[in-house]
Design a protein around this ligand. Sequence first.
Ligand code: NAD
Length: 355
Amino acid sequence: MKIAVLPGDGIGPEIVAQAVKVLEVLRTEGAKLEMETAPIGGAGYDAAGDPLPDTTLKLAREADAVLLGAVGGPQYDALDRPLRPERGLLRIRKELNLFANLRPALLYPELASASSLKPEVVSGLDLMIVRELTGDVYFGQPRGIEVRNGERVGFNTMLYAESEVRRVAHVAFGIAMKRGKKLCSVDKANVLECSELWKEVMIEVSKDYPDVALSHMYVDNAAMQLIRAPKQFDTIVTGNIFGDILSDAASMLSGSIGMLPSASLDENNKGMFEPIHGSAPDIAGKNMANPLATILSAAMMYRYTFADLATADRIENAVKKVISQGLRTSDIWTEGTQKVSCSKMGDAVVKALAS
Ligand code: NAD
């Protein structure tokens, strides 16, 4: 298995180094892993004048999976739009056709007090959001800003082809099958034709998965229910823009964004795996970032691309163990627990993996 390792900017290199330590342990045990590092985002711009250098894209195409840190930083904010770090990220997702974005929101019982919701509302939360990632209003044409009747108007197009809905539906039903067999499709079909089609296709695809209970919810209600009673959900599937917003809301249920991994998959389960947070320039270079979201992203790589569930479980259990031992980076630290650095947290996971 070849992994393209793209640390990116800010805390990216620090957190990716901890996940690489974990992968190195597996390699010394005999896993056939090859890792190659390349720049992306601001680092890509610095190295080659492009947030997604050709050599990085080539490596990512040839690899079986991509492990990414984060991109972006204030020093790049004044660049022309196509040169900005975030463009590198959008482009690699599109170039690799990563249309299904999986974002688990899981609350470790020991971290229940870090959530902004009452512990009884969130304790034991285990939710998966499947967000379509390459379509919708973010990519639909026409789009633009132009003058009409003497004033400027801005416009975008919400657009889904049924094939795009069908393929993400299959991913979501497949995941729901392996989880609690409950899938909630979130849309705005009472107002938007695009959502009406989304809902119809979801119902068609559901016939292939008779064991999964499909339900539908309007996005405004889903936003409310996620905060009111998040444990009612098992797996959620939704379009790009609704998923963007709902998955960020869901991330806060579990306390710190430093804990949450993600996967973006193509049709063959090749994927890019990355923490959901950004490059955290405010703490970059201080060895204090939480590397667990990145380590858990490596676990998702094993689960979804390498289909090695035992190793995925093993990495996740190692993370659970360090949490239960009371080790905390500063973002999740509370009185009575032991504050550790980013690299110490990585070392602790490596140790837990071996025991
Ligand atoms: P951010 O996620 O980088 O940081 C938000 C807050 O969370 C900060 O206080 C930060 O210190 C903290 N934080 C984030 N990750 C952490 C971790 N692992 N451990 C401890 N604390 C952590 O979001 P932002 O500040 O809005 O954006 C910073 C830069 O990151 C911007 O350039 C933005 O464009 C970029 N960004 C990149 C991605 C990505 O690469 N996928 C995602 C979001 C933002």
